[in-house]
Design a protein around this ligand. Structure first.
Ligand code: URA
Length: 242
């Protein structure tokens, strides 16, 4: 790997910034000052230090983004802003991508990583990774709907796996419901379609958890953060290197 790429990925700054750091003679490769950005290093074997501190290379990185409405869960899009536009330079340099998709008008928890094997496992239908959504619904969700969710809602081309519907609040005056829906699949528009199959309409959808990861309330809409050590450890259940 090129030395400047390594330094950027260690979070020392943008390509331009790390070039300046290199020129100032503050970076050493195996205890020898190295000023060339183009130098190739072995990120596992070589010892790279900045101002006397040895830098450790992180192969994989993980971020939780509180995705706002209006951005696309993709790495590029001809028309709309993507979730990558909301990330910092270091995350982009690490070439992260979203693990699964949320609709453009859905907000909430989105995991981004550069760990392809982990993404594959988490998205595999065989793994049954639980996703919990908080949905505002036009219409009154009922016990009968809860029963239908538990049985497996029938959509046009498939029958959904059993899902949990928790009715959190009902507003009889406005004829609206607030519900939590737990599904283990991730089919196109699945939550909206399950609710529509009960004759009601989702008016706001937020993902609040995915597997062991919980959104919590400390991240503003559009903000992101690295996973904590405990959250990263929890990803080990998927049986791949994290
Ligand atoms: N279900 C939906 O309908 N939309 C999403 O974005 C996620 C789950």
């Amino acid at each position: 790997m090129r030395l400047d790429k390594f330094l950027v990925e260690c979070g020392l700054g943008s390509r331009t910034e790390v070039k300046k750091l290199l020129k100032s003679g503050k970076v050493m490769v195996n205890q020898v000052v190295e000023k060339s950005a183009k130098t190739h290093i072995d990120e596992v074997q070589d010892e790279i230090s900045y101002q006397g501190h040895v830098l450790t290379y992180e192969k994989f990185v993980y971020y939780i983004l509180n995705k706002p409405k209006g951005v696309i869960s993709a790495t590029e899009d001809p028309k709309h802003r993507t979730v990558l536009d909301l990330l910092d330079e270091t995350a982009r340099q690490k070439e992260v991508f979203p693990v699964g998709r949320l609709d453009i008008d859905t907000h909430g928890l989105l995991l981004l990583t550069n760990n392809g094997a982990l993404a594959h496992e988490m998205l595999s239908p065989k793994k049954h990774v639980d996703k919990v959504y908080r949905a505002e619904v036009a219409g009154i969700m009922t016990e009968e709907d809860r029963h239908r969710f538990a049985q497996g809602i029938e959509l046009k081309e498939f029958i959904c796996q059993p899902a949990d519907l928790e009715i959190v609040a009902i507003d009889e005056n406005r004829q609206t419901s607030l519900v939590h829906i737990r599904i283990a699949e991730g089919k196109f528009h699945q939550v909206k379609r399950m609710v529509a199959a009960c004759g009601k309409e989702v008016t706001d959808l937020e993902r609040i958890s995915m597997g062991p990861l919980v959104l919590g309330d400390e991240l503003d809409l559009g903000a992101h953060r690295r996973l904590t050590a405990a959250e990263e450890e929890a990803l080990a259940v998927f049986g791949v290197e994290v």
